[in-house]
Write a protein that binds this ligand. Structure first.
Ligand SMILES: *Cc1c(COP(=O)(O)O)cnc(C)c1O
Length: 426
């Protein structure tokens, strides 16, 4: 349904009153800035702390105090199987089956582990196709993986660019690039959502094109998971990985996750790096020499579970479960539509727009992030936001990223953002 928005505090408050998820905000610590509750718009960078997180971690600390090593088997949630709590919860967030999911390590580590398995150059087929301006850690991973196989990264990594005059990359350009390089491409690897522009890529179409070219296809879902709906299994994505501290609110440097499609999980011919936690769990403590990987995504685990970090992850994911994804995604759309409306309202006051929106307008191509190129007074606007209690994100030379999220942001937050920007631009 199309809503006629209004740029007034009363209207924002009315939207908040009607919001079925409004009480979830109370479950989070909202940081203070200059002595009062901030307007926190950087949930895409570090999600806020759920109030219950401390309790979940303290439970594990107490079990450690009480049981020592016996906690592996006798803790309330035995640590030896703590990671097994996650696949079921993650099925909805990822659109995957339990056996395709594992929570382990950190994002860039998982990217390397999965590239070890799924970037398998052979002969002329060795190139990696990705988006231009991929997150730096991913660029470093692509380049060093290329080197590991003896290739020159400049010749190996193909970056798909936006068309002239556009800030984001059309699906057509991506597919054309995959087709053009079909015979030489080993791997297509995109972000699910680009961290800079906030563009949601058409993961299904990209996967299909990659497979038609005979290449593997993976996604870095750092900015996608918990932000936009995912159907990794049905889209036939070969592998994916993500971090848990952005939209998933699981704490700085929190434990990450990985998806490996059911088509691959039992294939023991796929090369991988092994560790004891990936070994058949029925024989793990026999400490035998031969590595027999678990026939699930768990077979890619290396180390025993970082339980304290996983406790924070569990606390955060339980909230997603309670709120329900349909309700969250629907509120996210409305919040971000309201943000775009607010920005348009400000821009319309001037003969030349003060801010260019570089995130796609089409709401299937964006999630909880709107990126703005400031045409004038950018730094001044950003400083004033900070001075007035708004926490946003600045990227040199002139980009402000704003990410209202449905669990703890409200429409009033967006009104306040607009109010401050309006004041500075005059
Ligand atoms: C946030 C982010 C990272 C960070 O990697 P870590 O291993 O968690 O430090 C990597 N890639 C992308 C696309 C990101 O958005």
């Amino acid at each position: 349904m199309h809503i006629q928005f209004e740029n007034t505090i009363d209207f924002a408050k009315e939207l908040d009153n009607k919001d079925p998820l409004r009480h979830f905000r109370e479950q989070f610590y909202i940081p203070f800035l200059n002595g009062r509750e901030s307007v926190y718009l950087t949930g895409n960078s570090l999600g806020l702390q759920p109030r219950r997180t401390q309790e979940y971690i303290i439970t594990e600390l107490e079990d450690w105090a009480n049981f020592g090593v016996e906690g592996h088997f006798h803790a309330n949630n035995p640590w030896v199987s703590y990671h097994e709590l996650f696949p079921q919860i993650l099925t909805k967030l990822t659109g995957a089956y339990e056996e395709e999911l594992v929570v382990m390590n950190q994002l860039t580590v998982n990217l390397h582990l999965l590239m070890t398995s799924f970037y398998r150059p052979s002969g002329k087929r060795y190139k990696i196709i990705c988006e231009t301006k991929a997150f730096p850690s991913d660029q470093y991973a692509f380049a060093t993986q290329a080197k590991l196989h003896g290739f020159n990264p400049d010749d190996t990594v193909i970056e798909v660019m936006p068309e002239k005059g556009s800030a984001y990359i059309s699906t057509e350009s991506i597919i054309n690039s995959i087709r053009t390089h079909a015979s030489e491409t080993a791997l297509v690897l995109f972000g699910g959502v680009n961290y800079y522009s906030g563009q949601v890529f058409d993961m299904e179409a990209i996967t299909k094109a990659a497979h038609e070219a005979g290449a593997m296809c993976g996604f870095d879902l750092a900015h996608a998971i918990g932000n936009v709906p995912l159907q990794l299994h049905d889209w036939n994505v070969d592998f994916a990985c993500w971090c848990s501290y952005k939209y998933l609110n699981s704490g700085p440097g929190g434990v990450a996750g990985a998806f490996i499609h059911g088509n691959h999980i039992t294939n023991t011919n796929i090369p991988r790096l092994g560790g004891w936690w990936g070994h058949d769990k029925n024989k793990r403590f026999k400490m035998e020499k031969e590595f027999t990987p678990m026939p699930t995504a768990e077979g890619w685990q290396l180390s025993n579970a970082p339980v304290l970090s996983m406790a924070a992850h569990k606390a955060a994911l339980d909230i997603f479960e309670e709120a329900g994804l349909d309700a969250l995604f629907s509120k996210a759309k409305k919040l971000n539509d309201y943000l775009l409306f607010t920005i348009d309202t400000i821009n319309n006051k001037y003969p030349e727009p003060a801010m260019d929106i570089i995130t796609p307008r089409n709401n299937t191509e964006r999630g909880c992030q709107v990126s703005l190129v400031m045409k004038r007074q950018g730094r001044e606007v950003f400083e004033s936001l900070k001075k007035n209690g708004v926490i946003a994100d600045w990227r040199e030379p002139d980009v402000i990223r704003i990410a209202p999220v449905p669990l703890y942001n409200n429409f009033e937050d967006i009104f306040h953002f607009g109010e401050i920007v309006t004041k500075v631009l005059g």
